[in-house]
Design a protein around this ligand. Structure first.
Ligand code: TYM
Length: 342
């Protein structure tokens, strides 16, 4: 079976961008692939944070995965920090990562510019190395993510190739090692629609957990009234009809795409259905579709989050399964890099 891994950071609340760009797409892979879905709690401490909040958001994110339809009889669901190999491999990989590669990462540049050098922890810079280790430990074939993770995936691929070259290829064989590549080089899976869900208040910036305005995003756990209210107030334009793909109308394209994905209709169907609508009519249809789609997820979430014994068991089992795979890779890397193993 081909293998798939992916994860979401437990920072803030999980929103429609995380859902449409990532989690919703994971569900379809469970039957045909060997899947590992983690909650990347270690990634959530790269900017100042509150420990109590982290613990709470970590459980909530795990419960959201399950509520969205991740089936633990098929997929391994676990916390990144519960599988020690992630941090260990990160150290080994960081020795093979040129600092220039990390300095070039767009997310690092954006986030560090905002915070200022003296306030930026080293972990913000080395974050993509931890992400590479999340992926490479499982010898993953594919990584389903939104558009904003593309550059991190590219770095992961380059790093895998570099380590394979430095320690896994002919060079190592000559020294008496097993030879052969150490890591599989993974491919990103970026969905054709939903890879970049935009903010409700500005169609040119992406929907994000870190935006100070809650009006800019639909959180998966927002109440009916909040959803209706956010859609009612969201930014539109003064053109008369509705259409996809007009670069002058980013908000229109975004809202139609969200409706398309949430309703399960095709782009052509949505185009036909909505082209003659005014904003008022469309907004109420969109709000209803969102509420209907999210309601069953919210009901299941309520059940799961209140059963902490069940959640603990799921995460324990997931971590055990993941550790088996991760430890095998980690041991191979140690060996290939010249460490003596007991
Ligand atoms: P994070 O937590 O920022 O986002 C989780 C997933 O949601 C996607 N996403 C979006 N998709 C569409 N539109 C948006 N507005 C939007 N915002 C976020 C992201 O692309 C991502 O797929 N570094 C990662 C987490 C990570 C990871 C990994 C992912 C750590 N290790 C290994 C895959 C494999 C992150 O911060 O995602």
């Amino acid at each position: 079976k081909k293998r798939i891994v992916s994860g979401v950071q437990p920072t803030g609340s999980i929103h429609l961008g995380n859902y449409l760009g990532a989690i919703k797409n994971w569900i379809a892979f469970q039957d045909t692939y060997d899947t590992f879905f983690f909650i990347v709690d270690l990634h959530a401490i790269t900017l100042p944070y509150d420990p109590q909040q982290l613990a709470k958001a970590t459980r909530e994110t795990a419960a959201i995965y399950l509520a969205c339809g991740i089936d633990t009889s098929k997929a391994s669901v676990f916390l990144q920090s519960n599988v020690r190999a992630h941090v260990e491999l990160m150290w080994l990989l960081s020795s093979a990562t040129p600092i220039g590669w990390l300095n070039r990462m767009i997310q690092f540049k954006e986030k560090s510019r905002k915070a200022g050098d003296e306030n930026v922890g080293v972990a913000l810079l080395t974050y993509p190395v931890l992400m590479a280790s999340d992926i490479l430990l499982y010898q993953s074939d594919f990584v389903p993510v939104g558009e904003d993770q593309k550059q991190h995936l590219e770095l992961t691929r380059e790093l895998a190739e570099r380590v394979n070259y430095l320690y896994g290829g002919r060079k190592w064989k000559k020294l008496g090692g097993r030879g052969g590549p150490i890591f599989k080089v993974p491919e990103p899976l970026i969905p054709p629609a939903g890879a970049r869900v935009m903010s409700l208040t500005d169609g040119l910036s992406k929907m994000s957990k870190s935006s100070p305005s809650d009006q800019s995003r639909i959180n998966l756990l927002d109440s009916k009234d909040m959803i209706a209210n956010k859609i009612k107030r969201c930014k539109t334009d003064s053109f008369s009809c509705l259409e996809f793909d007009n670069p002058e109308r980013p908000e229109c394209n975004n809202l139609l795409s969200v409706y398309q994905l949430i309703s399960g209709k095709t782009k052509e169907e949505v185009q036909l259905e909505c082209q003659d609508m005014n904003w008022g009519t469309f907004k109420s249809i969109l709000a209803d579709a969102l509420i209907d789609h999210l309601h069953p997820i919210q009901v299941r979430y309520g059940e799961i989050i209140s059963d902490s014994a069940y959640l603990d068991k799921v995460l324990d089992e997931g971590a055990n399964r993941a550790s088996e795979v991760a430890d095998t890779t980690l041991n191979n890397v140690y060996q290939a890099m010249g460490f003596l193993r007991r």
